[in-house]
Design a protein around this ligand. Sequence first.
Ligand code: TXA
Ligand code: MG
Length: 342
Amino acid sequence: METMQTQVLPVNEESIQLAADLLRRGEILALPTETVYGIAADARNGEAVKKIFLAKGRPQDNPLIVHICGMEMLHGLVAQVPDRALRLAKAFWPGPLTMVMPRGPEVSDVTCAGLDTVGIRMPSHPVVQAVIKASGVAFAAPSANLSGRPSPTNAADTLADMDGRLPLILDGGESDVGVESTVVSVCGEHPVLLRPGYVTKEQMEQVLGEEVLVSHAILEKLRPGETARSPGMKYKHYAPKAQVTILKGDFEKYKAYLTAHAAPGVFAMCFTGEGKDLPVPYIEYGTNGDGASQAHRLFTALRECDKAGAQVVYARCPLSSGVSMAVYNRLLRAAAFRVEEL
Ligand code: TXA
Ligand code: MG
C-alpha cells in the first residue's frame, strides 16, 4: 500500500477537530478506547471502511464493530433494538460491551462483511465520545494492530504497527481494560457470548435473568470446515513472534517445568511477583486470580516478549471464568491453542 506521514498528537480541542474532519472526509485515524486502541472510519461509507482493512491487512470477511455515543444514534444502524439489548445497554453502556443486532439500512456492506447483523458498542472513553460528537459520525473500528498481532493498548504500540498506514494517531494514554470488548449476540432465541471481555457472562446473566450461551469457538479450536458465528474467532490472533505455550498447573510445577526447559531464548510469562523465583527471563502479566489486572497487562506483555527477543514463551494459565475468560481466550490464540497440563 501507499505510505503516508503518520502524526501522533496529544488529545486537545484541535486534534479532536482534526480527527472529526478526517472522519467526515472519509479518511481513517487511530484513537484510544477504554478497551484497546482502534482504527476508525465512517461506518456508513464503504470506501472509507475499505481503508481500514487495507491498513490492517485484515481479511474482508471479518465484520467491524460500529461505535456510537448515544442511543438515538442506533436509528438507521440497526433494524430493531431487541428488548435484551435495551436491558444490557442500561446496565453496561457506555462501556466495553458490543451487541450484535439486526442490521439497519444505513450501515455499509463493507462494515458488516455482508452479514445481516451488525455489532454496536457505546464506549465510555471520553476521546471516543468527543470525536463522535464533533463529527456526528458513527464509526466502525477494529483494534489498531496489524492483522494477527496483539491489539495495541497505547499510542506507541499503535504507531509500531500503523506508522505510514494512516494519517493520525490520537494519544490518550494507556487503555484501562486492555482486552477488546465483550461481544454478545442478542438477535436469536438465546443470548450468545461470541467473544469474552471485561463485561462477563455472569454479569449479563444477572441483568437478563437467563442463561447466556457460550459460543464454543471461544475456548476451542474450530473444526476444519466449520464456520464461526463471530468470524474474528477463526483467525490466529494476538500472536507475538515467539512460540507461546500455556502451562496448566500450580506454580511449583510451572517452576519445575521451566527449570527442565531453560535455554537461551526461553522466557516465562508469569503472574506478578513470581518471576524472581524462576530460572529464565520473565515478563509478568498481572495478579494470579485477578482477571482484570491480567487483562490490563496481557497484550503489552505479549509485545514485551517480542521486544526482549523471546523465541519460546511459557505462559502461566489463567482461570477460564469471569474476566479471566477473556484473558484465557486471547492467550489461547496467541499460543495457537498449545496447552500443556503439568
Ligand atoms: O473493544 C473493541 O471492541 C475494539 C475497540 C477498538 O472498540 N474493537 C474491536 O474490533 O475489537 P475488532 O474488529 O478487532 O473485533 C470485532 C469482533 C470480531 O471478532 C468480529 O468477528 C465480531 O466482533 N463481530 C463484529 N460484527 C459482528 C457480527 N455482525 N456478527 C458476529 N460477530 C461480529
Ligand atoms: Mg482485533
